[in-house]
Design a protein around this ligand. Structure first.
Ligand code: HEC
Ligand code: HEC
Ligand code: HEC
Ligand code: HEC
Ligand code: HEC
Ligand code: HEC
Ligand code: HEC
Ligand code: HEC
Ligand code: HEC
Ligand code: HEC
Length: 308
């Protein structure tokens, strides 16, 4: 994990010899250094304009905000300033992942950032901030390399196909983004895990939040792979309707054996989907067997054979 204090010592240790090589003169200020950079790399300074990393305006009182200089990201510039060639340059692309993270983390400490530093699968996959962000001349909001969903799908190609399945979340259609579920940004406990699934789903599907007087035990059942909503639903896409992991009867009969359902009434109902009758499968406000209210008038109950 990145330790800011160590980084600061490291930074001083590279800047001090640089200062002292000027034989007694005061070491150049940060803006002296970046002014030099900007003089030779005018285009790079110019294309930061309008982004939060623009050099502080010269001759103006700058507000209380953080000032960003070239060498905050292109670390250890002294060699290059003495001998400005490609070989001595501090290219962002060549910086080791840890150094890059450390540079960005100097100013950015949101959960999004610390999480990456603390073992988000993206970091163990060898990525850094600039795998997703582009600092100079960004085309997209939040300095992203590509539009948010395209960015994710560019690397996660197998995932892309799941969003073409007959039933799918309308992410490619632009209704919402991968990061609305995969909380790369928030203080959510565990953004990629299944444990987080239920609260994430309920953010949008609030009608299933309950509390229901008659809950469906399936939501708190751990016998199958998945938990909460993932017990029955795929998150991305499915060949079954309503994002279901299995066709209706197979899905329910993983946990319920209902032999009488297939023999009663000479089996005339046996071909129906379970939720055709047990429609309040997410929990019921009014009866234990998860029937919907419009079942009340149906002959099976009217005749008094079955109770609600
Ligand atoms: C005296 C002019 C000069 C100064 C000052 C200077 N550079 Fe350079 N820089 C060059 C030259 C020449 C190259 C070689 C490639 C080129 O022409 O872009 C280069 C190359 C680079 C490269 C690699 C470009 C590439 O396409 O691979 C980076 C990054 C860079 N400089 C950053 C900086 C930074 C940051 C500073 C300030 C700390 C700085 N430079 C100061 C002249 C300069
Ligand atoms: C917030 C961090 C940051 C700041 C500030 C910054 N750069 Fe960069 N720079 C990068 C990153 C990251 C890249 C790689 C391409 C990209 O993301 O745009 C890059 C790319 C470059 C390149 C092309 C060669 C390469 O490394 O790929 C040059 C040259 C360069 N920067 C010069 C400058 C100069 C000059 C300044 C100051 C005016 C500056 N940069 C300020 C992060 C920064
Ligand atoms: C010297 C300080 C500093 C450094 C170093 C720095 N940034 Fe920033 N960055 C800022 C400031 C200030 C803002 C504007 C306020 C904010 O959004 O936090 C900003 C904003 C951003 C934003 C949001 C832009 C938006 O439109 O909302 C992104 C993305 C970003 N920085 C990425 C990076 C990356 C990646 C690095 C490392 C290559 C980096 N920053 C290094 C100071 C810095
Ligand atoms: C896997 C891709 C990815 C990586 C890696 C990544 N980001 Fe981001 N970042 C995003 C996305 C996507 C957003 C914008 C989400 C949205 O609002 O739509 C974002 C937003 C941001 C923002 C603005 C919102 C905020 O939290 O303040 C900052 C700043 C930022 N990133 C900095 C960084 C830094 C610094 C790193 C490296 C430590 C980094 N990012 C690594 C994808 C990434
Ligand atoms: C530059 C390529 C790249 C980009 C862009 C990218 N990822 Fe990843 N992603 C990876 C790599 C590499 C891993 C880690 C290896 C793996 O498990 O596939 C990973 C892992 C993941 C995982 C965990 C996978 C698991 O099996 O546990 C999720 C979830 C994920 N990424 C979502 C996203 C989202 C959402 C975005 C867009 C904000 C995104 N990724 C952008 C390359 C990328
Ligand atoms: C509706 C919420 C939701 C959306 C939207 C979503 N995901 Fe997921 N994603 C999940 C959940 C939940 C899991 C874990 C489920 C599992 O493993 O069965 C997951 C698993 C993953 C995984 C790891 C397992 C795998 O299938 O490879 C990756 C990678 C991933 N998502 C990437 C993405 C990308 C890229 C997008 C956007 C195009 C996206 N997700 C959109 C909820 C979502
Ligand atoms: C960011 C909001 C959002 C989140 C988070 C979300 N959904 Fe959705 N969900 C939607 C939207 C929008 C639709 C499409 C509704 C429509 O087409 O009318 C949808 C549709 C569905 C459908 C019906 C699909 C169909 O083919 O009819 C199911 C089932 C579903 N979501 C389950 C889930 C589950 C399970 C999760 C958690 C893993 C989840 N949703 C998370 C917004 C979300
Ligand atoms: C026991 C299995 C099961 C569990 C657990 C489950 N669902 Fe469902 N869900 C279904 C079935 C079956 C349907 C289809 C019912 C229908 O078409 O009326 C469905 C339909 C849906 C729909 C589409 C409703 C519509 O009218 O189009 C959404 C949205 C949904 N579920 C979200 C969720 C959320 C959110 C959770 C977690 C809180 C969840 N489900 C948990 C079985 C389940
Ligand atoms: C992961 C296992 C699991 C799955 C899958 C599942 N259930 Fe359940 N279901 C339970 C548990 C646990 C209970 C509560 C304990 C009990 O009464 O058996 C329950 C209770 C019920 C009840 C009330 C039973 C009673 O006597 O009060 C009905 C009706 C029901 N489920 C229908 C369904 C339907 C329809 C499906 C498919 C859409 C389904 N279940 C899928 C685990 C599951
Ligand atoms: C035609 C309507 C209908 C369909 C379709 C249906 N059920 Fe039922 N189910 C009932 C009725 C009516 C009862 C109440 C029986 C009683 O209490 O007399 C019941 C009761 C139950 C019970 C409570 C325990 C029991 O055996 O009485 C469970 C669990 C259950 N059904 C699960 C399912 C599953 C799983 C499916 C799909 C394979 C399904 N049901 C399909 C009407 C239906």
């Amino acid at each position: 994990m990145f330790k800011p204090a160590i980084f600061v010592i490291f930074l001083i240790s590279v800047l001090v010899p640089f200062g002292s090589s000027l034989q007694g003169e005061a070491p150049p200020s940060p803006s002296d250094i970046s002014d030099q950079c900007a003089m030779c790399h005018e285009d790079k300074a110019a294309n930061l304009q309008g982004t939060p990393h623009a050099l502080p305006a010269k001759g103006k009182l700058v507000g209380p905000g953080i000032k960003v200089f070239c060498q905050d990201c292109h670390l250890n510039p002294e060699k290059h300033l003495e001998d400005p060639r490609v070989e001595t340059a501090v290219r962002a692309a060549d910086m080791p992942a840890e150094q890059m993270l450390a540079a960005c983390a100097m100013c950015h400490s949101s959960r999004h950032v610390t999480e990456l530093a603390e073992g988000n699968p993206h970091l163990s996959g060898g990525m850094t901030c600039v795998s997703c962000h582009k600092i100079h001349r960004p085309n997209e909001p939040k300095l992203l390399k590509a539009a948010s969903v395209d960015l994710c799908l560019g690397c996660h190609r197998s995932v892309s196909e799941t969003f073409n399945m007959p039933s799918h979340h309308p992410v490619k259609e632009g209704a919402f983004k991968c990061v609305d579920c995969h909380r790369v940004l928030s203080a959510f406990d565990s953004p990629f895990s299944i444990e987080g699934t239920r609260p994430i789903c309920l953010d949008c599907h609030t009608e299933y939040d309950g509390p229901f007087p008659y809950e469906h035990g399936a939501l708190n059942d751990y016998t199958l792979e998945g938990h909460g909503c993932s017990t029955c639903h795929e998150a991305h896409g499915s060949s079954n309707g309503r994002l279901l992991k299995q066709p209706s009867q197979t899905l329910c009969m993983q946990c319920h054996t209902v032999p009488r359902h297939f023999t009663a009434h000479d089996g005339i109902w046996a071909k129906k989907n379970c939720e055709d009758c047990h429609a309040d499968v997410h929990g019921s406000y009014w009866n234990q067997k998860l029937f919907s209210q419009d079942m009340v008038g149906k002959p099976c109950f009217r005749a008094g054979c079955h109770s609600l």
